[in-house]
Design a protein around this ligand. Structure first.
Ligand code: LMR
Length: 394
C-alpha cells in the first residue's frame, strides 16, 4: 500500500524554517514563518499566559474531556473578543478547534456538507494553506484580485469586479485583518462596501482572523468581521489564538457559524460538534483554557492587553524604521508602503530571484513571494535588510 503514496509538495513557509536552521551564518535573519519574535529573536510566553498556566496547574483537578465543541466559556470569551456585542450569543454556533487551521478546515467541511457546489473565492494572493486544504477537500475554488503589485495596496476595483462573477451561494474567504501575505488591508469604508456587495450578491463571507491586535488594535482589527456579523444573513469565522496569545503549539482556534436567525443555531451547533467528532473527537483544551482565563480575569486581561499593545507598536516602529532606511538608501518614497501595511507581514514585491539573492548574499530568509515577517527584524537587522533590498535591485 505505502508504495502507492506520492511525495506531497513541501509547504513553502515551513520548508524555510528548516533551511534557516541549517544555515551556519551567525548574522542570518529569519523573516519567514509567521511567528512573533522580540528584539532578542525569542518567541516569549506572554506574561498573562504564564500566570494563567501557573494558576491552572494549581486549580485544575481533572483532565477528563470537555464538551465535544470545547468549553462554552471559551466560546463566550472569544466571541466577545472578536464580535463584541454585534450579535447575541444565540446567533452563534461555535466549536473549539486545533488552531486557526483547524477552524478553517472545519469551516470548509461545513461548507462542503451544506453547499457542495459552492465555489470558495480566495484573495490573490492568500495564505498558501488556504488553497492547499481546499484542493485536498476537492472543493471548487476561484481567485479574486486583491493586491495591486504597483501600489502594494488593495486592488479594490479588481476585487469587486472579480467577485461580481461569483454565483449566489458562493463563499468568499476574507482575511479579517492583517492580510497574509501582503499586509495590505481593507479600510473601514471598503469593508462596508464589501458587506453591501456580498449581501446584494448573496455571497457568504468566511472570515479568517488570525492576527487580531497586531494591526491597528483589537477593536479596529475586528471592524470587518463585526460589520459583517451585523449585516449578513449568515457567515463563518475561523479564529486563531496562536499569535495574539502566543500559544502557537497549544493549538487554540475557534470556528463560529453566525446567523441572523437564532433558530438556525442549534442545527449549526450540532453540525460543528459532529465535525469535531469525525475529525479528532474532542478539541485540545489547554490553550483554550489559558485564553479563557486571561480574558475573564481583570488583572490578567489588563496585563495581556499591555503586552499585546507593546508587540503591536513594536512592529509599527520596525515598519517605520525599515521604510526610513529604504527612503535614505533609495532617495525615494517607493518603500513607504511598508509603514502603511499592517500586521506581521508585508509583501515587498521582489522577484523570486531577488529573494534568493538576498538569502545568498545577506542570509535573509523571506518567503519566495517576498513576504517578510516584520517581527523577525530588530534594530541590528533592519539596516542589513535595507542594504540587501537595495543590492538586489528591488
Ligand atoms: C504563516 O503564515 O507563516 C503562519 O500562519 C504559520 C503557518 O502555519 O504557515
Amino acid at each position: 500500500m505505502f508504495e502507492a503514496l506520492k511525495t506531497q509538495p513541501a509547504d513553502k513557509i515551513l520548508s524555510l524554517m528548516t533551511a534557516f536552521r541549517d544555515d551556519p551564518r551567525e548574522d542570518k535573519v529569519d523573516l519567514g514563518v509567521g511567528v512573533y519574535k522580540n528584539a532578542e529573536g525569542q518567541t516569549p510566553i506572554m506574561r498573562a499566559v504564564k500566570a494563567a498556566e501557573q494558576k491552572l496547574w494549581q486549580v485544575e483537578d481533572t483532565k477528563s474531556y470537555t464538551g465535544l465543541a470545547g468549553d462554552a466559556g471559551y466560546h463566550d470569551a472569544l466571541r466577545s473578543l472578536i464580535l463584541n456585542d454585534t450579535v447575541s450569543k444565540d446567533q452563534v454556533a461555535a466549536a473549539a478547534t486545533p488552531g486557526g487551521t483547524g477552524a478553517i478546515r472545519q469551516g470548509l467541511e461545513l461548507i462542503r456538507m451544506a453547499a457542495p457546489k459552492a465555489t470558495v473565492w480566495l484573495s490573490a494572493p492568500t495564505w498558501p494553506n488556504h488553497p492547499s486544504i481546499i484542493k485536498y477537500l476537492g472543493m471548487p475554488m476561484a481567485e479574486y484580485r486583491y493586491f495591486d503589485a504597483e501600489t502594494r495596496g488593495v486592488d479594490f476595483g479588481g476585487m469587486l469586479t472579480d467577485l461580481d462573477t461569483a454565483k449566489p451561494g458562493d463563499v468568499v474567504l476574507l482575511h479579517g485583518c492583517c492580510h497574509n501575505p501582503t499586509g495590505a488591508n481593507l479600510t473601514a469604508s471598503q469593508w462596508q462596501e464589501v458587506a453591501d456587495f456580498l449581501k446584494a450578491k448573496q455571497l457568504i463571507p468566511f472570515v479568517d482572523i488570525a492576527y487580531q491586535g497586531f494591526g491597528d488594535g483589537l477593536d479596529a482589527d475586528a471592524f470587518g468581521p463585526r460589520h459583517l456579523a451585523k449585516t449578513q444573513p449568515e457567515m463563518l469565522i475561523a479564529a486563531s489564538c496562536s499569535k495574539n496569545f502566543g500559544v502557537y503549539r497549544e493549538r487554540a482556534g475557534l470556528l463560529m457559524a453566525v446567523s441572523q436567525d437564532p433558530a438556525k443555531t442549534p442545527l449549526n451547533q450540532g453540525t460543528v460538534a459532529f465535525l469535531n467528532r469525525q475529525n479528532y473527537s474532542f478539541p485540545p483544551d489547554h490553550g483554550a483554557r489559558l485564553v479563557t482565563m486571561v480574558l475573564n480575569d481583570e488583572a490578567l486581561r489588563a496585563d495581556w492587553l499591555t503586552e499585546l499593545e507593546g508587540i503591536r507598536t513594536g512592529m509599527l516602529t520596525l515598519r517605520q524604521t525599515l521604510a526610513d532606511a529604504l527612503r535614505q538608501r533609495t532617495n525615494s518614497d517607493r518603500f513607504d508602503f511598508i509603514a502603511q501595511h499592517r500586521g506581521m507581514f508585508s509583501r515587498l514585491g521582489a522577484t523570486e530571484a531577488q529573494v534568493e539573492q538576498m538569502r545568498q548574499s545577506h542570509g535573509i530568509y523571506m518567503v519566495s513571494d517576498s513576504r517578510l515577517n516584520i517581527a523577525g527584524l530588530n534594530a541590528q537587522s533592519v539596516p542589513i535588510l535595507a542594504d540587501a533590498i537595495v543590492a538586489a535591485g528591488v
